[in-house]
Design a protein around this ligand. Structure first.
Ligand SMILES: *[C@@H]1O[C@H](CO)[C@@H](O)[C@H](O)[C@H]1NC(C)=O
Ligand SMILES: *[C@@H]1O[C@H](CO)[C@@H](O)[C@H](O)[C@H]1NC(C)=O
Ligand SMILES: *[C@@H]1O[C@H](CO)[C@@H](O)[C@H](O)[C@H]1NC(C)=O
Length: 252
């Protein structure tokens, strides 16, 4: 039975191999139907490439891995018949990265996967900001995330910042949300600010700023001042010296 079955299986595999000859990639976590692997920062993704069919003739088939078109260097024992690469830890730059595997002798026999690295905006903590009266105030929050945040809001002392009343300009280029005041006024601008970004996947993340407005420092012209001080000192010195002469004279 076994002997009869073997050649049949062999022929079946050969048929498959000739019809769908190629390479395939398996991964942990699994890739979806679009060839995308969902992962997150700091996680590990492992990929294994094998020629389709996997019968003995393909065991010494050499495989090549590329990351965004650049060859991944592999150890000697990790090239023939089956080759694995590991992305650990996953970093920002891995988002959208494409890993492809092809036969060493025929680069058109290829398979590829793309990573989708999701992360929330990097917002946390409290930053102390001191700004002079009438100077420019710029508060900025890093709102970059995957998937993109659905909203960004700013509050001052707990209530929504009134851009008109506070004379603020609000900008958002998808990476940073900036709150800008051209000329700071203590009564309008001092307080605790918070920016909050909402991620469809990770919920809300926020960062606080404690802004204190200081009085304007006087910018005195320095050089004439030093010259003035020197003149005063020298004159005083002369006065003392001449007086000392008089004093010592009369003591004789
Ligand atoms: C490479 O593989 C493709 C697809 O299987 C095939 O059409 C082509 O003839 C092969 N090229 C060589 C040089 O073997
Ligand atoms: C990446 O994953 C997120 C969250 O599931 C999804 O919203 C987004 O469309 C995916 N992007 C790509 C390029 O697949
Ligand atoms: C915000 O609250 C602080 C502390 O209570 C207060 O000193 C400041 O004036 C408030 N800022 C505004 C703009 O109301």
């Amino acid at each position: 039975m076994k002997l009869m079955f073997r050649p049949l299986l062999f022929h079946f595999l050969l048929l498959c191999a000739t019809q769908t000859f190629g390479v395939n990639i398996q991964s942990v976590p699994e890739l979806n139907s679009e060839g995308v692997i969902q992962t997150e920062l700091e996680k590990t993704v492992s990929l294994v490439c094998q020629p389709d069919g996997g019968h003995e003739a393909q065991d010494d088939e050499e495989l090549v891995w590329l990351r965004n078109g650049a060859v991944v260097s592999l150890t000697e024992g990790n090239k023939k018949g089956r080759s694995s690469v590991c992305v650990s830890p996953v970093i920002y730059e891995d988002d959208g990265a494409t890993f492809s595997c092809h036969l060493g002798k025929n680069a058109t026999v290829t398979a590829s996967v793309t990573l989708n690295v999701t992360y929330h905006p990097q917002l946390s903590g409290l930053e102390e900001v001191a700004v002079e009266e009438e100077a420019e105030l710029v508060l900025w929050c890093d709102v970059w995330a995957n998937p993109p945040v659905s909203s960004v809001s700013w509050t001052l002392n707990g209530s929504a910042v009134d851009l008109v009343v506070s004379g603020f300009l609000l900008t958002n280029d998808g990476f940073t949300s900036k709150l800008i005041a051209n000329s700071v006024e203590k009564i309008l601008h001092e307080g605790t600010y918070q920016c909050t970004a909402k991620s469809p996947l990770y919920g809300e993340h926020s960062k606080q700023f404690s802004v204190t407005v200081t009085g304007k420092t006087m910018k005195l012209p320095l050089m004439p001042m030093i010259a003035g001080i020197v003149v005063v000192c020298v004159t005083t010195l002369f006065a003392i010296v001449s007086r000392w002469n008089k004093i010592t004279k009369c003591c004789k």
